[in-house]
Design a protein around this ligand. Structure first.
Ligand code: ZN
Length: 313
């Protein structure tokens, strides 16, 4: 009977609408089933998500810089996606910026960060959302792409945890509403508005994306110092010539628009436990726009990652 099964698959692949399998009685494939069969055979994850294994405990994730659109994949809209923060905006040139950060970091240190990069456009899937908000309802293929992206982050996080015992994940984004790199630690501006003493005396650290770093940093820095002191990531970025918040001298964005961290930062940082800390990095437009500015920015970011991790690990 095997030959009949083979004929069934051949008929399906040829687009024939009906075929008969003597084992199962009459079997009619609808055009939709044939199309679905063909797509499932051809779904190539590496066309939609790129993964590069690293050689140090740094992980860069880039969820919103993808540009691939696929006719057989469903587009997200507010009808098929119940996301309360629904958006499809492209974070322009963030893939290119992340690539330049990787290159600069390798030139400066001889090591590569782990890279998890969305190639598919945000109109199909928003990787920085929980699954039910990320994909169009009912499209299993988009679901598989979402799952692959997050499986890669999990793999990277597990390897970093086992090999190094600490790690830093930077979730790379782009914003166009301010002149800063907005560093998100899951803390809203109303929390960053508090004094250092208040931040350090409360339980705010446990709602941030860096409790492991605060507990273990070798300089013994407090929570507020790790957020915006001289050895904070913002402190190094600023000394290397980049505008950012929070940092020494610019402790809180106050009433300015500010993204303070999303699904990736919350899920893979040490908020939920573990030894990998996470910071969402929203790069201002001019740091991504031209190649010369991207190179300058990437070089400063790479240097800052190296200096920051040397100061705290
Ligand atoms: Zn984004």
């Amino acid at each position: 009977m095997r030959i009949y099964r083979w004929l069934l698959i051949l008929c399906a692949s040829l687009g024939l609408a009906a075929c008969q399998d003597p084992d199962d009685g009459p079997r009619h494939l609808t055009p939709e089933e044939i199309e679905k069969y063909k797509q499932e055979q051809t779904l190539k994850i590496d066309k939609y998500v790129e993964y590069r294994k690293g050689t140090c405990p740094i992980i860069l994730t880039v969820p919103h810089g993808g540009t691939v659109v696929e006719s057989f994949l469903t587009l997200r809209n507010t009808g098929n996606c119940p996301d309360p923060d629904f958006a499809t905006d492209l974070d322009y040139n963030t893939r290119e910026l992340a690539d330049e950060i990787d290159k600069a970091f390798f030139q400066q240190t001889g090591k590569h960060p782990y890279m998890v990069i969305a190639l598919i456009k945000r109109n199909h899937v928003d990787f920085n959302r929980k699954r039910q908000y990320a994909i169009p309802a009912g499209d299993d293929n988009v679901g598989k792409i979402y799952d692959a992206y997050h499986a890669y982050i999990t793999t990277a996080r597990n390897e970093v945890t086992q090999q190094y015992g600490h790690g830093l994940l930077l979730d790379i984004h782009g914003q166009s509403h301010s002149e800063d790199i907005e560093l998100g630690y899951l803390l809203p501006p109303s929390t960053l508005d508090l004094s250092d003493a208040k931040l350090d005396s409360g339980t705010y650290v446990s709602s941030s994306s860096i409790p492991h770093l605060v507990r273990t940093n070798k300089a013994g820095h407090s929570f507020s110092q790790m957020l915006r002191g001289k050895d904070s990531f913002g402190g190094f970025l600023n000394r290397n010539g980049l505008e950012c918040v929070p940092r020494p001298g610019y402790l809180s964005p106050g009433n300015n628009p500010y993204f303070y961290g999303g699904y990736t930062t919350r899920t893979y940082g040490s908020y939920g436990g573990g030894v990998v800390d996470a910071i969402q990095c929203e790069f201002r437009y001019s740091y991504r726009d031209t190649q010369s500015e991207r190179l300058r920015c990437a070089s400063a970011v790479a240097k800052s990652i190296d200096e920051f991790t040397q100061a705290v690990w």
